[in-house]
Design a binder for this molecule. Structure first.
Ligand SMILES: [Zn+2]
Length: 275
């Protein structure tokens, strides 16, 4: 039952195993907007002020056609946005600049490679440390990593086989966007050897930020609670992981207790950047 994309009229397709139909026209404005909004979001490149309303205008005014174009925007371009004065434009310009030094894992997640969420992006970044290395991997080598199955491996390989995507990555590099992961710098071992599970919504941190903090302090993030779990960090509406932790007698930390252990979140996002 194919239909047409409301934004560009292209025939929409459905990927195997997925419920939703999606527009496969890479030049579809709706798709471009969606990918830009995700790229700039807090869990991805974290460009403050680059929300849906701004993205909408940038694409409609032909200032931006892909994620790499964001890094070509001038202050003057940003001043043309609705209700945007010198201060707002400057803040946005600086936020775009700051996003150039996000860790490789953030960039990998932000690119929107199918099936590559924050966790898989971190695994890939830690294992290979350079987007150019990841771009040359075969499915056979990717599936050697325990957390990576055939579905993810196929998706990664096909993403990096797409000339358009490689061109975007070259443009990002040329703009000075970080595409490498520094060697892990565990600043202290407050969580060395500890396994933590996150559950519920945290107030001051996204899941990616919390995971980065844990790893930075030498800890490991796991997705399920077991007897080997040292701490469960419970946010709002925690769900069954919390019940299991209580049952197993695992230490439960509130968000503020967790933050007390790892210090504040001030250094999140730039800790493994290399310029
Ligand atoms: Zn479309």
């Amino acid at each position: 039952m194919p239909e047409n994309c409301p934004a560009c009229g292209a025939t929409v397709i459905r990927f195997e195993g997925e419920v939703a139909y999606r527009c496969d026209n890479i030049n579809c404005p709706a798709r471009i907007k969606e990918s830009l909004i995700f790229f700039a979001s807090r869990e991805a490149m974290d460009i403050e002020g680059m929300g849906p309303a701004v993205v909408e205008q940038l694409v409609d005014r032909n200032l931006v056609n892909n994620v790499a174009d964001l890094y070509r925007l001038s202050l003057e371009d940003l001043l043309t946005l609705d209700k945007t004065g010198q201060k707002k434009a400057t803040n946005l310009f600086e936020a775009i600049e700051a996003s150039k030094s996000r860790p490789l894992s953030r960039l990998l997640h932000a690119l929107g490679i199918r099936f590559v969420g924050g966790k898989t992006a971190r695994i890939l970044a830690e294992q290979y440390r350079d987007i150019d290395v990841i771009a040359t991997l075969s499915e056979e080598s990717l599936v050697q990593i325990p957390e990576i199955g055939v579905k993810i491996a196929t998706s990664v390989v096909s993403f990096f086989n797409e000339p358009e995507n490689l061109e975007t990555i070259e443009k990002l590099k040329a703009a000075g966007v970080n595409t490498r992961e520094a060697e892990p710098t565990v600043v202290d071992g407050k969580l060395t050897g500890k396994t933590l599970v996150l559950t519920g919504a945290l107030e001051s941190l996204t899941r990616s930020e919390a995971s980065e903090l844990i790893e930075k302090h030498g800890g490991k993030v796991s997705s399920s609670v077991s007897r080997k779990t040292d701490y469960v960090v419970a946010g709002a509406d925690p769900g069954s992981k919390l019940d299991k932790a209580i049952k197993l007698g695992v230490t439960i930390l509130t968000e503020s207790e967790f933050l007390e252990i790892v210090g504040n979140k001030g250094q999140v996002g730039t800790m493994s950047a290399r310029q």
